[in-house]
Design a protein around this ligand. Sequence first.
Ligand code: ADP
Ligand code: ZN
Ligand code: ZN
Length: 668
Amino acid sequence: MSILRVAIDIPLPRLFDYTSDDALPHDVGRCVRVPFGSGEKLGVIVAVAQASEHAADKLRPAGEILRGMSALPGDWLALAEFCSRYYQHPLGEVMALALPPYLRRGKLPAKRKTKPQLEAAIAAEPEVPELHPEQAAAVVAVAADFGHYATFLLHGITGSGKTEVYLRLIEQILTQGRQALMLVPEIALTPQLEGRVAARFPSARVVSAHSGMADAARARGFLEALEGRADIVLGTRLAVFTPLPRLGLIVVDEEHDGSFKQQEGLRYSARDVAVWRAHQCSVPIVLGSATPSLETFHHARREGGRYKLLELTQRAVAEAPPTVRCVDTRREKLQDGMSAALLTAITTRLERGEQSLIFLNRRGYAPVLACPACGWVSRCGRCAANLVVHLADKRLRCHHCGLEAAIPKNCPGCGNLDIHPFGRGTQRLEENLARHFPQARLLRVDRDSASTPAKWQAMLETIHAGGADILVGTQMLAKGHDFPLLTLVGVVGADAALFAADFRAPERLFSQLMQVGGRSGRAQLAGEVLIQTEYPAHPLYQALLTHDYARFAATQLDERRAAGFPPFTFQALLRAEARQLDDSIAFLKTAAAAARSLLPNVPNGVSLYDPVPMRMYRVMALERAQLLTESVSRPALQNFLTVWVAQLYQLKAPRDLRWHLDVDPLEF
Ligand code: ADP
Ligand code: ZN
Ligand code: ZN
């Protein structure tokens, strides 16, 4: 008889032992059914041992070991263990997240029929452009590190040919009989990209992995990768957990994108996990971006830095980058929020049959409904937020918890009939534009109008085919697409992010504006970007005018260094939420006291701040507070967190209180 040590999907940081009569050493990494409480759960066997620290007669016998599925390999288990350790999250929950839902339920999908072998395919690929010298140099540099760990930052504006570099590298690694993993942001994973990859490698087996897939298809892809039959895995953040026994190369496109960080449960950064995985498997990883995260850029620019910097300075096809201009709105009375310069520029595009895009990163009709008589505003009853006016379907809606209400006819406070939407979202901008340009075909693209992948896809096709004259949209429109007729990008309402409390807001704004600006003037037509602002001299806009990411990044990094922010420190946030803010704060105070008793034993200094209510302190009727800890040393912070979190599980807390830790948080 042997002992199975099993990771089970429950929120406790421990494994569970069971007895087994027929377990073999190579059952490590297999799924197993086990009794748990009065029911049954599916777990993953982490070890097969001879002895348990629990008395043998206390252990229950394990159920069926699922031998129909290959065992998860050792490096996959090590990856899950790393995430559990680094993000201080129970191993069973990490594995549950990493496994497709279908497999987690113990089901196996039907196999799809096999495709022809690889070698035949590579010869028959569609026309492939000749690489520019910078692209060729990048390919040579990365390929020189095949078989070794190395992290590369491929820095180049949209259209500079980064994807072409990835494809060449993937081609080379496939000919070596290895697998490639390519991660892309949620919104960028479209049939277009899948098509481009599949067309380039017609006989390679390309597997997609993202949360929008049907369960069986996702499980099938996972198994194909696990069994070494998949050649390329293309997916969003969760694809980083795909087992790849022949892994040879990892690519993370748009590495700065916020969607690589999961904001619930296991709060992992798929980009950071991918770098760890590359190291673990001794393979190179390429992080690509036009506006790298400051963390990544910092590593790549330092003398003797840990990452190697590869730069693409030219656009691959169109010659000139767009001209960027600031329109000073302090001296002008705007019409519906738009300057004369912007309106004229749109008119010119309409006359020439070209497209314009107006970028406003705020969806809905207006951010709030208000009564000028008594000061009533549409607040969400569950969150510290206003209800946003959605005139398209005549609703008030909370963008944090989804609460909806009808738009009242008169003021709920004083009965006044004259209540107004204040401010401007994409729906209102669309309405305003329709009034100014009644002859134009308008298309609004935001999470409300492009609510499903199919709608989003249809919109992309409309834009591509010239079926719209003026696009109005949020950052959704900024990402990863080639709009050949687009020659004007207007930016409105961006100033707020210059002065936001979140120290990462300028980084995000710069990246969004670079990306959205990069939409214009591809193909043969020159592009123009007009930014309406009251702060035309602001360094962020000045850097945009000259397309100078490096200058922007350098000033930001200086500020971060002076303020002691990441990447010069490492942070973790303990958050608590309960019905009463007092309970959340009290829990964090107890946690802080526990931490202070540990701190003298932690070398290198970890600092601890006071618990504070979160900026959005109320969401879904739960009141939230947070406690920041930080250190200049990542290992010191990690050591501290490991001991501290073990204590947190022991702390007394009200029944309704939930807490979690966010390591390397992106949002405060
Ligand atoms: P990025 O990923 O940096 O946005 P892409 O790799 O998608 O850039 O390249 C942009 C466009 O330029 C694509 O249509 C691509 O096919 C084309 N392209 C890329 N490299 C070359 C090249 N060396 N010669 C000609 N066209 C190229
Ligand atoms: Zn009123
Ligand atoms: Zn709400």
